[in-house]
Structure formats: structure tokens, C-alpha cells
Design a protein around this ligand. Structure first.
Ligand code: ADE
Ligand code: ZN
Length: 326
């Protein structure tokens, strides 16, 4: 239908994408062989079959295990380049990519191995695919704030190559307040700040992300809808929410795709965007996410265009660059 054609050709930005979550089973297998890393799967099909999750933690266990095949700078390049080529086919023009340095430094890799490989692919993507980028370093919230500070210290010699910080991993039991000091430091350094909040955690965590971390965006934000005062605040401040429909479905945050919060957010005048989160694990890239909700939420063409526009105006690009894409 014409909606699919519109989605296919609309320029868009992806604002919520964990680069390690774009590791497709085929590349996972190839890297395991290349690096002599053993993985507990006999085939690509067996890997895909294991991607059945009943909550966020279920997924995270498999996601951190999958990272073990990433060993060299070239591995991070190949991972990132594969994502960018795929994103280009979805007419993505700008990406703001999350990476999880602690998932790698905890395994003994150098921070630089990770950063250099990802960034080299991003630079190639800018030249060869015309996709601009920002790079967002996430702190793993199941680890301590001291560990986050240690990661920020490792990043310091390269801080001009990192545009923002985020907060991800197991949400419940690890509220934003745990990371108040390290986010204050990041802001002092002039970094952009965002955080996963309200994916599984309560509205209170979204309040904390805003009040204590002073985030510029909310990643997911589903459960913010439970709190009317919070909804009003998000609307008044024009904050962007990076919603991930297929992720929500596969992690059982919603029961069916028709329950995606995008419908309510649009109706409430909130600035929602559509993103793929961890596409290799959740069965779809950005256009797959758009198509899934376009049908289920019966989005109008104007609403689809609005979601794509929100992705640029909600990005960390300077205003002049945002406007170029509208
Ligand atoms: N890390 C990768 N994807 C994530 C998600 N959806 N929520 C929290 N942490 C993550
Ligand atoms: Zn995420």
C-alpha cells in the first residue's frame, strides 16, 4: 500500500540503536570462527531460535553473551558497517548510535579497540553512504556508579569523539538516581545526555531521569503514560521519546503491536520517534518498525511524516542541520 511506499522513501534518523544489538546471527557465526571463540549454538537457525524472550533480562543475558565474539577493531568496524549499509536501504540519513564499552572492557578489550572500529565505520558511512552520525556511550546500570566513572575516565583522552552518554541494561532496581554524579560530570564536559527510562521501570524513574540526570531525551518512556503530570511535563518541555515498537513486543513490554505507546503519545501531542533498539534480536530494522505500527495503529500519512520529522528535530544535530532534512 501507499503507506509502505511512503515509509520506504521518507528520510529518517535513528536515535535508539545499540550497535551490539545489530549483530546478526550470520556475522556472529563468522566472527566466532574468525576469532576462535566458542558459542553454544550449532547453526544460525539455532541462534535465531534462541531469540525468544519473556522480559528485558532474558534478552540482556543473550545480548552480553553474543558480544563475546567481538574481539578486534576490525570486528567492531564490520559490525558497524553492516548496520550502516542496512540502514541506508531504509533511507536512514542520520544515526545516533549507542555503544556499551563496559560490555567489552569487562572482557579485557581496550576501550580504544571498540571506539576506533565503530568510529572508522561511522566515518566511512558519512562519506560513502551519506549518513551523518553521533556516538553515545552508555553506562551499564547494573554496574556501579564507580564503574561508570572509570569508563568515563577511559573515554577522557577521546572525549571529542564521543557526543553523549546514555544509560542502559537492567532497569528495575537500578534507578537513574544511582548515576546522578557521573551524569553531572558528563554534562560539565559538554556531552549530551539521555537515558533508558520507563521501559520496565516505573514513572518515578522517568521523573528521576529528568530531575536528577537532566536528560535531553527519554529512551523508551512507555510507562511515563501512567502519570498524567509527567505526560504534561514531557509535552510542555517538548521532550523526545525514542520508542522501539518491535523491541517492546519481543521483550513483552506490550502484549501485541497494537498496544505500542506511539498511538497514545501522538494523540497526547508527545514527540515520539520510531527506532529499532536491537534489530538483530527483535526481528526488524527501522522501516520494519514503522510498517508494523502503521498497520496496527492505523497511522495516517501525516502521522508517519510527523514521526520521521520528530527523528530529526529530536536529534543532537544543530538546528541548521535538522532543517536540511525536513
Ligand atoms: N541494552 C540493549 N538494549 C536495551 C534495552 N532495550 N533496554 C535496556 N538495555 C538495553
Ligand atoms: Zn535500548
Amino acid at each position: 500500500p501507499s503507506r509502505d511506499a511512503l515509509i520506504a522513501r521518507l528520510p529518517k534518523a535513528e536515535l535508539h540503536l545499540h550497535i551490539e544489538g545489530s549483530l546478526e546471527p550470520e556475522l556472529l557465526f563468522a566472527l566466532a570462527q574468525r576469532n576462535g571463540v566458542s558459542i553454544p549454538f550449532a547453526s544460525v537457525e539455532a541462534v535465531r531460535a534462541a531469540y525468544s524472550f519473556s522480559n528485558l533480562q532474558d534478552f540482556l543475558d543473550i545480548y552480553y553473551q553474543g558480544m563475546s565474539v567481538l574481539q578486534t577493531e576490525q570486528d567492531f568496524y564490520d559490525l558497524t558497517w553492516a548496520y550502516l549499509e542496512r540502514a541506508a536501504t531504509d533511507t536512514v540519513r542520520h544515526v545516533e548510535i549507542f555503544f556499551d564499552p563496559q560490555g567489552h572492557t569487562e572482557r579485557g578489550l581496550a576501550f580504544e579497540t571498540v571506539l576506533d572500529g565503530i568510529e572508522r565505520a561511522l566515518r566511512d558511512g558519512e562519506v560513502k553512504l551519506g549518513i551523518s552520525y553521533r556516538l553515545i556511550m552508555c553506562f551499564l546500570r547494573h554496574l556501579s556508579e564507580d564503574a561508570a566513572f572509570a569508563t568515563l575516565d577511559q573515554a577522557m583522552p577521546h572525549i571529542d569523539r564521543i557526543h553523549g552518554v546514555g544509560l542502559d541494561s537492567s532497569e528495575v532496581g537500578h534507578p537513574p538516581s544511582k548515576f546522578q554524579k557521573v551524569f553531572a560530570k558528563a554534562r560539565e564536559l559538554g556531552l549530551h545526555v539521555t537515558a533508558h527510562a520507563g521501559e520496565e521501570g516505573p514513572p518515578e524513574y522517568v521523573h528521576e531521569a529528568l530531575d536528577l540526570l537532566q536528560v535531553e531525551r527519554i529512551d523508551h518512556g512507555n510507562r511515563a503514560l501512567e502519570d498524567a503530570a509527567l505526560v504534561r511535563r514531557i509535552a510542555d518541555e517538548g521532550l523526545t521519546l525514542t520508542v522501539c515498537p518491535l523491541s517492546n513486543l519481543r521483550l513483552c513490554v506490550i502484549k501485541d503491536i497494537g498496544q505500542s505507546p506511539v498511538r497514545k503519545m501522538l494523540d497526547l501531542g508527545l514527540k515520539a520517534t520510531v527506532n529499532s533498539d536491537d534489530p538483530a534480536y527483535f526481528g526488524g530494522y527501522i522501516n520494519d518498525n514503522f510498517r508494523a505500527i502503521a498497520d496496527a495503529l492505523d497511522l495516517s500519512e501525516a502521522e508517519i511524516v510527523k514521526l520521521a520529522e520528530n527523528s530529526f528535530t529530536g536529534s543532537f544535530l544543530p538546528m541548521a542541520d535538522q532543517i536540511q532534512h525536513l
